[in-house]
Unconditional design. Structure first.
Ligand SMILES: Cc1ncc(C[n+]2csc(CCOP(=O)(O)OP(=O)(O)O)c2C)c(N)n1
Ligand SMILES: [Mg+2]
Lengths: 317, 340
């Protein structure tokens, strides 16, 4: 995925001189995960800016750039460090169009790695998607493979609204696949059905997608696997269609359960389709504790937890 | 110096500046009265800060971009923002650019390069830095002004913006309107160092001006504006301009403020600036009275006329969140106001 993101950024920067990258260690160093490797050498220090260590400044500057004709792509080194910039995101970025009656817009793509899987402990592992999804005015996107990473990043750059682009860092260097050189788009707000079945719907996104798919194939489950890809706005139609087809739903995400995406998806299905359901909607999520260092594997939802939730909804009567 | 200004044909500019000060004060007083009458919801008075703002904006040009804060109505009037735009915002009516979404005082006039005012103080400062970066990158003319209060100088946003603007040597004027208070907290409890002196720590020039005197502010800020315009980097200007009223219409300043500058007293910037201009031979007392009278008539009729404009339509609640409304917003609109 790192390579796909890097090549997409390169291609887009080549096409549009108004695209500016800014963040900590993204220039000379190429970013701590190497997503911006080589781009400063190619496009110069004015376009790939190594910033001082100030998240609210990175985001605030990016907002001001986009209000004045540029297309900035700020990077926050780890999503865990975004909170000093949260005010800028919630009160400036997300509300500018609304509070200016549509006369000022903030087209930008804020990239940040999130989630666990790198032994990063409390502060290099968090999955904070709900904070952003809860804020109207933002779009929230998360790819689960290199192909989608390119298509979603390209669509995010087309968006006239600010996009929070969450990169599952656990998948940065896994899941090798062919990514076409040509330009293509994956529309925002559209989920993808990665596996089809009639007995149960497993709804997931981002870092949990490979684990869910593996569970399904290893156990030959007759399951729909829906990768949301965009968390805000969610693909209501695909969620509802799958839930109505199978009548049994399990939602899987790494973020803690309370007020996670699972709560919203579950509410959406019960509000729209309760009469189609044969079983309660179950959630398999990270627990409501801070993200641990040594016990990371216990924290992350795994195949056995996914399988046991699937079995519970399948056997429910 | 003052004679020099007059000789250099600045007389017109001085008269226009003074005219805007008077207009702003007249409108301020009108809004405050209307608020007490229940015709307006809220306001943050701008009285006492007119001379500081206009003394600076007399150097500004159309292409300059302003990240103003909630007390900068006088500067906006001076830079040619129509009174209608301001009054419509104060009423939050259907002609308001922001469709009545923000509390009064949170002004906006994109066509006049005045950006939108947020409530969280100082959050406009990092944006100004980014906008200045874009200006330079895109080779656009113009500089960026970011204004804020003394209290706002304690925020992380102030620090971030000052540091970033200096690191990238960007054309930004940080304009601190020090009115002596942040709601109830006096400036000496806000910070241990005079605000203008902080400039040095970031690597930019800083000056202090008497913001109660339009001519003084104008003269002293000239060099700073030229410095920024010539691409040398950012500056910090602190203008001292004591608040003349409550923090806002919701505030009772008697608990914390004893020495308040009274309207028409010899500490009122309108009186100070008028005296200076009369001494300089730019205006006469008669002209000043005429300006006041004209402003009064103009504002009164405008204010009454625009009050008749209806509130924004219910649909506007659901517009402008995104370029296209999401299905969620569509659904919620349907629930609340019915489908069209
Ligand atoms: C971040 C933030 N905290 C608190 C407030 C509430 N508040 C509104 S104005 C104000 C005082 C601001 O003082 P100053 O910056 O000196 O500006 P002034 O109102 O004096 O012009 C406070 C605390 C706010 N708007 N934003
Ligand atoms: Mg103050």
């Amino acid at each position: 995925m790192v390579q796909s993101l890097n090549r997409t950024l390169d291609m887009k920067m080549g096409e549009d001189s108004n695209i500016i990258l800014l963040g900590e260690d993204i220039g000379k160093d190429g970013g701590v995960f190497r997503v911006t490797e080589g781009l400063q050498a190619k496009y110069g220090e004015d376009r790939v800016i190594d910033t001082p260590l100030v998240e609210l400044g990175i985001v605030g500057m990016a907002i001001g750039m986009s209000m004045n004709g540029l297309k900035p792509i700020p990077e926050i080194q780890f999503q865990d460090f975004i909170f000093t910039a949260f005010d800028q995101i919630v009160n400036q970025m997300a509300k500018m169009r609304y509070r200016s009656g549509g006369t000022i817009t903030v087209p930008l793509v804020l990239r940040t790695p999130y989630g666990g899987g790198i032994r990063g402990g409390l502060y290099h592992s968090q999955s904070g998607e709900s904070y952003f999804v809860h804020t109207s005015g933002l779009k929230v996107v998360t790819p689960s493979n290199p192909y989608d990473a390119k298509g979603l990043l390209s669509s995010s750059l087309d968006s006239k609204d600010p996009v929070i682009f969450l990169e599952p860092k656990r998948l940065y260097r896994s899941g090798k696949m062919e990514v076409p050189d040509e330009d293509y788009r994956i529309p925002l707000g559209k989920a993808k059905l990665l596996h089809e079945g009639d007995s149960v719907s497993i709804i997931t996104y981002g870092s949990m997608v490979p684990a869910v798919l593996k569970t399904v194939t290893d156990n030959s489950l007759d399951a729909d696997v829906l990768d949301l890809r965009t968390l805000s706005p969610m693909d209501r139609d695909s969620i509802i269609a799958s839930a109505r087809k199978t009548g049994r739903v399990v939602i899987v995400h790494e973020a803690p359960r309370t007020l996670g995406m699972g709560a919203e998806i579950s509410a959406l299905i019960s509000e729209s389709s309760i009469e189609y359901l044969y079983a309660p909607i179950l959630r398999v999520t990270g627990p409501d504790v801070p993200f641990p260092y040594r016990l990371e594997d216990l924290y992350l939802p795994n195949s056995s937890r996914i399988l046991s939730a699937v079995n519970r909804v399948l056997q429910f009567r | 110096m003052s004679e020099e200004i007059v000789e250099h044909g600045d007389k017109e500019r001085m008269i226009r500046g003074f005219g805007a000060m008077v207009l702003a004060r007249t409108l301020n007083n009108k809004i405050m009265t209307a608020q007490r009458q229940g015709r307006v919801g809220f306001f943050t008075p701008t009285s006492g800060q007119e001379a500081a703002q206009i003394g600076l904006s007399m150097h500004l040009r159309k292409e300059d971009i302003i990240y103003q804060y909630y007390r900068d109505m006088p500067m906006m009037l001076h830079m040619g923002v129509p009174v209608d735009i301001i009054i419509n915002q104060i009423y939050g009516n259907s002609m308001d650019i922001a469709k009545g979404r923000q509390m009064p005082s949170h002004l906006l006039a994109r066509d006049y390069n005045f950006m939108s005012v947020p409530s969280p103080v100082a959050t406009n400062l990092p944006l100004a830095v980014g906008t200045a970066y874009a200006n330079r990158y895109l080779k656009k003319d113009g500089i960026v002004v970011a204004s804020f209060g003394d209290g706002s100088s304690s925020t992380p946003d102030f620090h971030a913006a000052m540091n970033l603007a200096a690191v990238y040597n960007l054309p930004v004027i940080f304009f601190c309107e020090n009115n002596g208070l942040a709601i109830s907290l006096p400036t000496e409890k806000q910070t241990k160092v005079e605000i203008w002196k902080k400039a040095e720590a970031y690597g930019m020039p800083g000056i202090l001006v008497n913001g109660s005197d339009m001519v003084d502010t104008y003269e002293k800020t000239r060099e700073m504006v030229e410095y920024v315009r010539s691409g040398k980097g950012p500056v910090l200007i602190e203008a001292r301009c004591p608040r003349m009223g409550p923090h806002s219409t919701s505030d009772d300043p008697t608990k914390y403020l004893t020495d308040i500058v009274k309207e028409g007293s010899d500490r009122d910037p309108l009186i100070i600036s008028q005296k200076r201009l009369v001494e300089m031979g730019v205006i006469t007392e008669q002209i000043a009275s005429k300006i006041r009278e004209d402003s009064q008539n103009f504002i009164t009729s405008k204010f009454d006329e625009l009050e008749k404009i209806p509130p924004p339509s219910p649909e506007t609640l659901f517009e402008d969140v995104y370029e296209e409304p999401t299905w969620i917003i569509d659904e919620e609109r349907g629930e609340i106001i019915g489908r069209n």
